[in-house]
Design a protein around this ligand. Structure first.
Ligand code: NAD
Length: 699
């Protein structure tokens, strides 16, 4: 299908971009625009040219399907296109509606005139993938909307509605009603008034106090963008439009863009951007499968997770019935939800009427009969197979046929849970992360019998509640918690071997983890792991725990569960969340070492990072090979959105790819040769070893 349509209307050439879903600037689109301009220039009857998009939007910028292919840089590239548009001898008018972003906005800045629907949304979002605009955006936008406004848009990457820029000369006319008709009328005006062709590049740009302003901006941007070089490069590029000619400024933009493009941070952020899109795809579902309709939700359990999960659906305007076994617990859950909305209102993030409307969508209940009509029920009761059994048997008897029955279990066997019902095809895992209304990740657990349409429904719903969903197969801990076991395990072992709680946390935080493993344990509650260990011991009385797990048990035996008890691996002053080093923990560790005859040694920060992160990678490789994760990039998503892995490192699997799998494997083999670093516990996963010897990568 043609991605560009060319037609003549009333003496005006109309070049229409038609590349769904966002009129991305694919090679075919770029070439089509150039051909269209040339054709229009040769045609004596044509007096002006309009560039407009299909589906009521201008263009979302680069066509991401071309990323990583030769088509991205194939000539004409966007710079060539803009140059040809800008130097056209006939007036070129961009007719803008819907989204006009990235390369789309840069293309419009190359046009001589711009007409717009006031609701159009504009952005230069390149900074979000670690880049700066690379087709003149940093040089043209400041020339037309002013340095400060342009800098705001470029450094933040945020979207601005066209009407917000009404006071600037960016738009020549705001058009109500039919955009094309308005653009054609405007074109006739330009021609009849013999208006000269305005080139944004020729506009004068200035700032009253450029040096002081840019020093201030560099300081403030630098302080919030530590591991991300792009925002400061945006500042540098914009500053060039004041200190350099347009041509030199374009060279500066190109140089900075090139540096960022090849840098690790942008590669990681681009990987993340594409990974997020891929994660939404479910492998192996029948093409005939269609999502089921979900317009009402039931939630069982109004505790930490149940009430958090409810907030997500209420925010999306979906009615929720929340069920509890006890009135007191129900009241607590409802209070948590109403407090949340009251806080939004108090912080002026939501209007009071809106909060009222959303809270009214919540129906608290103590009776299962109230779930009879729910399209989807999510269970978030205690983590006990017996309790889950009671709940799912009950759901099976009360819920309507076709209702989806989801469990938020983090450790239990979903297939067993499904077996408590006569409809295992309708049972799925919906593993939210805590706090459920904040964390972006949702692990969707695909049971052996989960129906295709059930998976599609949950993936679609995840989008509605603004979560990034990743499919996981059934295994102990699913993707995320299964991997974290090895990571925390290494941290525990290194504590025994001589490192301190603070050193380990700091080393991993310096690597970029949002929180070190001990701070994370204190936040989540050390008792959770303790109770899981007790459960395993109960099931497998002969299981031999590593001594580091016994150290964690000892901490819990002292009631040091973490922040909630005011003490864990750290201590916490009266309700505060700042972790304070605690000599009692040091004494506990010291006594433990003595008891187990472990001499303390000096451990380097490099060893800490390698052992913890490579443990993640190794388990990730097994998860991938077993088909628990659909793709390596899904594991990266889980770690970035669920476990605070630094986005600028692209997730553990991407990080390993960048380090080089051979290097990762050799490091593991080094640990394996030394009893002090874990010895025989380090066996590189077969997939890792294979990819490394074939010189391949996970991604
Ligand atoms: P919680 O103890 O805060 O809440 C559980 C609630 O379920 C309680 O209010 C309890 O009264 C209620 N309940 C128990 N049996 C019930 C029944 N038969 N019918 C109705 N209500 C019942 O627990 P939580 O932290 O919210 O965890 C709930 C589930 O979510 C567990 O499966 C847990 O593994 C999982 N999960 C927890 C976290 C977390 O960080 N807390 C994260 C992910 C998943």
């Amino acid at each position: 299908m043609n991605q560009i349509h060319f037609e003549k209307q009333q003496g005006v050439a109309v070049i229409r971009l038609d590349n769904a879903p966002v009129n991305g600037l694919s090679h075919a689109v770029r070439k089509g625009i150039v051909d269209g301009i040339c054709q229009a220039e040769l045609d004596q009857e044509i007096k002006a040219i309009i560039i407009i998009g299909s589906q009521n939007m201008f263009s979302g910028g680069a066509d991401i399907r071309e990323f990583g292919t030769a088509a991205v840089t194939a000539k004409p590239n966007l710079l060539n296109v803009i140059d040809i548009v800008e130097t056209s001898t006939k007036p070129v008018i961009a007719a803008i509606s819907g989204i006009c972003m990235g390369g789309g906005l840069e293309l419009s800045l190359g046009c001589h005139f711009r007409v717009v629907a006031s609701s159009a949304q504009l952005a230069l979002p390149e900074v979000k993938i670690g880049l700066i605009p690379g087709a003149g955006g940093t040089q043209r936008l400041p020339r037309i909307i002013g340095v400060e406004a342009a800098l705001n848009m470029i450094v933040s990457g945020e979207t601005v509605r066209a009407e917000m820029l009404q006071a600037t000369p960016l738009f020549d006319e705001f058009i109500e009603g039919d955009l094309l008709a308005g653009a054609i009328a405007f074109a006739h005006k330009v021609v009849s008034e013999k208006r000269s062709l305005k080139r944004v590049r020729d506009l004068k740009v200035s700032h009253p106090k450029p040096e002081a302003f840019f020093m201030f901006v560099r300081n403030s941007v630098g302080s919030v963008s530590k591991n991300y070089p792009a925002p400061l490069k945006c500042v540098e590029a914009v500053q060039a439009c004041l200190t350099q000619s347009f041509e030199d400024g374009m060279q500066t933009e190109a140089r900075l863009f090139g540096e960022l493009y090849l840098g690790g941070e942008s590669q990681a952020l681009r990987h993340l951007f594409l990974s997020e899109r891929n994660a939404a795809k479910v492998e192996g579902v029948s093409p005939a499968a269609k999502p089921r309709n979900v317009s009402s939700i039931g939630i069982i359990g109004a505790g930490t997770m149940g009430s958090g999960i409810a907030i997500n659906f209420l925010l999306a305007g979906i009615p929720v019935t929340m069920l509890e076994s006890k009135q007191e617990a129900l009241d607590r859950g409802v209070k948590h939800i109403t407090d949340y909305f009251a806080d939004r209102v108090a912080k002026r993030k939501m209007k009071a009427e809106k909060a009222q409307t959303l809270v009214a969508l919540l129906t608290p209940s103590l009776s299962y009969e109230d779930l009879a009509h729910a399209d989807l029920v999510i269970e978030a009761v205690f983590e006990s197979m017996d309790v889950k059994k009671t709940v799912f048997e009950k759901l099976d008897s009360v819920c309507k046929p076709g209702a989806i029955l989801a469990s938020n279990t983090s450790t239990l066997d979903l297939n067993q849970i499904a077996s408590f019902t006569n409809r295992p095809q309708d049972v799925v895992g919906a593993h939210f992360f805590s706090p459920a209304n904040v964390m972006k990740l949702l692990e969707v657990v695909r049971g052996a019998k989960t129906a295709d349409d059930v998976l599609l429904t949950i993936m679609q719903l995840a989008k509605k509640i603004k979560k990034t969903a990743v499919i996981s197969g059934v295994c102990d801990g699913f993707i995320g918690n299964r991997m974290i076991a090895g990571y925390s395990g290494e941290a525990g072992k290194m504590l025994e071997e001589g490192a301190t709680v603070q050193q380990i946390d700091k080393a991993l935080e310096k690597f970029g983890m949002a929180m070190g493993p001990f701070r994370m344990g204190d936040l989540a509650g050390n008792d959770i792991g303790w109770s899981i260990r007790k459960g395993i011991t109960q099931q497998h009385p002969n299981y031999v725990w590593p001594s580091s797990a016994l150290l964690a048990d000892k901490l819990c035996e002292l009631g040091r569960f973490g922040q909630k008890t005011g003490a864990g691996w750290y201590s916490y002053a009266n309700g505060k969340r700042d972790p304070l080093p605690d000599s009692a923990v040091e004494a506990l560790v010291e006594a433990h070492r003595k008891e187990h005859g472990i001499p303390a040694r000096k451990i380097s920060n490099t060893e800490i990072v390698q052992r913890c992160i490579f443990a993640l990678v190794n388990e990730g490789a097994k998860i991938l090979e077993e088909g628990i994760a659909q793709r390596a990039s899904d594991i990266d998503i889980v770690y970035i959105y669920g476990y605070g892995f630094p986005p600028y490192r692209g997730g553990p699997m991407f990080y390993a790819d960048r380090v080089g799998l051979l290097i990762v494997q050799r490091a593991m083999e080094g640990f394996a040769r030394n009893d002090k670093t874990g010895g025989a516990s380090w066996v590189p996963a077969p997939l890792l070893a294979r990819l490394s010897s074939d010189d391949k990568t996970f991604n």
